[in-house]
Design a protein around this ligand. Structure first.
Ligand SMILES: [Zn+2]
Length: 271
């Protein structure tokens, strides 16, 4: 386990932020300590994956209670592998928390400056991006699979923050657990888009394999995109976890051939 994340059974939390940013909850749930069965065993938090809704809601309540981020105050998005980012406030509290149909439509990113509004997105290999700027109380959360990544959802979040008056040089970003370069093979079509999404000629997130395919480091690519949008290295922290390798801790869409659960990333200010 990496030093960057601190673990309980049901969730990991960002250690540095927990120590340095009072009042902030920023967590990533594990697959353990829940009530779902079989491929969803046991702490599946995805409502859209053919698991029993009752179990998923129970699991979400477990995460919410353990992390002191009550489920009634979660705001969840539909997540369509796009790059649209929605500003939410307390009037959105509870949206999508117990019913997927009610989630924020067509969005893969959420942000707010309000307290007791817990932004929440589901993951099983894609990259969770957490954003915070304590002075302005800006927090953001984004879902970056390869599509959202090459559409630069990371840079778009920085842009949203800047447009709302946040000093981008003070934003901290945490790039959370996702499928690692070790396990993430992509084809030429994806590699082509990766090669063209940065402002500069840098293909270091790709490693060409002998079978004509590539291994892609999605976390590194998001870091590079954030640097393109003006952030300094010191503002960005990367988790070392691979959701595919760490079977005891995480669900993995690739490893489990699609039929699997979801972890939740949650970020919010406790009043
Ligand atoms: Zn791996």
């Amino acid at each position: 386990m990496t030093m960057i994340l601190e673990s309980s059974e049901t969730f990991l939390s960002i250690k540095k932020w927990k120590e340095q940013i009072p009042g902030l909850a920023a967590i990533f749930s594990t697959r353990n300590g829940g009530s779902s069965r079989e491929g969803f065993s046991s702490l599946n938090t995805g409502l859209h994956v053919q698991d029993e809704p009752f179990n998923v809601i129970t699991n979400r309540n477990i995460v919410g209670a353990n992390a002191k981020a009550p489920l009634e105050e979660w705001v969840c998005a539909e997540q369509i592998h796009g790059s649209y980012i929605k500003e939410v406030d307390r009037t959105y509290k509870g949206r999508g928390s117990t019913n997927y149909q009610d989630s924020i439509k067509g969005s893969d990113g959420l942000w707010t400056c309000e307290s007791n509004v817990y932004l929440s997105l589901c993951f099983a290999d894609c990259v969770p991006l957490y954003f915070v700027e304590p002075n302005s109380r800006f927090i953001g959360l984004a879902h970056a699979g390869w599509k959202g990544t090459v559409q630069n959802i990371a840079g778009k979040m920085i842009q949203k923050a800047s447009e709302s008056g946040v000093d981008a040089s003070r934003i901290q970003v945490y790039i959370g657990p996702s499928i690692g370069k070790c396990c993430y093979e992509v084809d030429e079509t994806v590699a082509d888009q990766v090669k063209h999404c940065l402002n500069r000629e840098d293909h270091s997130s790709l490693t060409k394999k002998t079978n004509g395919k590539y291994n892609l480091d999605l976390k590194m690519l998001n870091k590079q995109l954030l640097e393109d949008s003006g952030l300094k290295k010191e503002q960005i922290t990367l988790a070392s976890n691979c959701t595919s390798c760490e079977e005891d801790l995480f669900f993995s869409h690739r490893r489990d051939f699609g039929k699997t659960g979801r972890m939740s990333a949650v970020i919010g200010w406790r009043e």
